[in-house]
Write a protein that binds this ligand. Structure first.
Ligand SMILES: Nc1nc2c(c(=O)[nH]1)N[C@H]1C(S)=C(S)[C@@H](COP(=O)(O)OP(=O)(O)OC[C@H]3O[C@@H](n4cnc5c(N)ncnc54)[C@H](O)[C@@H]3O)O[C@H]1N2
Ligand code: MOO
Length: 390
């Protein structure tokens, strides 16, 4: 058995960043930027008003001062002239500040009569002018690689880029295995169950930026598994689920080996998830997950998410853990890293009483994994532990 850290670094060794493609801004959210976005203009491109009011000369803006209004500057239609002493220009938010003016007095601080205005008592500070280039300047950039957020999409739009270069989404083939499996909606026989792992993993992978495809479940025969691997051949990553352990029907390792798997490792010192295997099959990275539903999902978080990130060109590293205060005492851990299903409560992190790796109902209630290192001693309530928010 190898450590979780060694397994993850072995997986990073199997994958590399994929190529790029262009996407419209409207489809860019959540994608990973592959090329810097470089501002094509200054923003704002002119000194603009931050408020609705009157543009004047700042030195003249005193309570009781009177100005003649000589024109108007609106967003999209500037006042072409110049503001001289004793003059004001009616101005609106986002409009260019006319030459000569260096202060906007908000309209709430003004009494208007015809084309004259008088400033009232209690003028605010001002100047309510946004300088040209105050947000960004030509040449400023959004640096790649970066997972694009809605704010980034808005910034790229403002920098005048309608199309962005992003990393292609990794195509992941998901193969579940087992004679006991039927698809959701089908009628299971008495000894059958409904396949769940592929659906949970597809959701997890797609949320991370991959494009996962669920292949028909392979039966517990070598021929059926071989056919599934053939169907998966064009993927960027093959993920099998189940059949990874040591039982007579656990055929994934054998069939993959027959097909020429260059195995990187099998069995990781973690709980759940021990029978994890990985390697390269016909040049395609392959990860074999254990079949127990919680084991598969834990491996999805601990391994698949960082691997997808690496394939997207993001830094190859483990998901970040946080620290939390233990709400209840914990027994000593065994020799494997334990990812305990847990919930955050006002008293701290609390693991669920049942940690069986078959219980999806418990996983669904969990918002975090309490991560116990190998051989961690017993811990008292109030101690600090590591956790992985999921
Ligand atoms: N003698 C030993 N037995 C087992 C060991 C061991 O070391 N020695 N390891 C145990 C551990 S840990 C795990 S985890 C499981 C993993 O076994 P497999 O990867 O071979 O998984 P299967 O046997 O195929 O299935 C296990 C369990 O999960 C259900 N399953 C499988 N696929 C799906 C799916 N797509 N959706 C929902 N449920 C699925 C399957 O029906 C089984 O109940 O092995 C232990 N045994
Ligand atoms: O690792 Mo198994 O994944 O403990 O249930």
């Amino acid at each position: 058995m190898i450590s979780v850290e060694a397994a993850l670094s072995g997986l990073f060794g199997l994958v590399s960043p994929l190529g790029t493609e262009q996407v419209a801004l409207t489809r860019a959210n959540g994608r990973v930027l592959a090329e810097d976005v470089i501002a094509r203009r200054d923003q704002p491109p002119f000194a603009g008003s931050a408020m609705d009011g009157y543009a004047v000369i700042a030195a003249e803006a005193r309570p009781g001062a009177r100005f003649r209004v000589i024109g108007e500057s609106a967003a999209g239609a500037r006042f072409a002239g110049r503001v001289s002493p004793g003059e004001a220009v009616r101005i609106f938010t986002g409009a260019p500040v006319p030459e000569g003016a260096d202060r906007v007095v908000i309209q709430e601080d003004v009494e208007a009569a015809g084309d004259m205005i008088t400033l009232t008592e209690g003028l605010d500070e001002g100047p309510h002018i946004r300088p040209a280039g105050g947000d960004f300047r030509i040449g400023d950039r959004i640096a790649a690689p970066r997972r694009l957020t809605p704010a980034d999409v808005a910034l790229a739009a403002s920098m005048n880029h309608p199309v962005l270069t992003v990393t292609r989404r990794p195509a992941v083939a998901l193969i579940s295995t087992g004679d006991e499996l039927v698809m959701p909606g089908e009628t299971p026989g008495p000894d059958q169950i409904v396949a769940s792992n592929t659906f949970g993993l597809k959701a997890l992978l797609d949320a991370e930026g991959a494009e996962a495809r669920i292949l028909p479940a392979a039966r517990d025969t070598e021929a059926s598994l071989r056919m599934a691997f053939e169907l998966a051949g064009s993927a960027d990553l093959i993920v099998t689920i189940g059949g990874a352990s040591v039982g007579d029907h656990d055929l994934v390792g054998k069939v993959a080996a027959d097909l020429g798997l260059d195995r990187a490792f099998w069995k990781v010192a973690m709980r759940p998830g021990k029978p994890l295997m990985a390697g390269k099959l016909g040049g395609v990275p392959m990860i074999g997950l254990p079949g127990n539903p919680v084991s598969a999902m834990v491996c999805g978080h601990v391994f698949l998410r960082p691997v997808i990130r690496a394939m997207l060109g993001l830094p190859a590293r483990a998901l970040e853990t946080a620290s939390a205060r233990l709400a209840a005492p914990l027994a000593a851990n065994g020799p494997r890293t334990h990812y305990m299903r847990a919930e955050m409560t006002p008293e701290g992190i609390r693991p669920f009483s049942s940690q069986d790796s078959a219980l999806l109902s418990v996983l669904s209630r969990a918002d975090t994994f309490l991560v116990r290192p190998p051989d961690a001693p017993a811990a008292a309530a109030g101690e600090t532990v590591a956790c992985l928010h999921i």
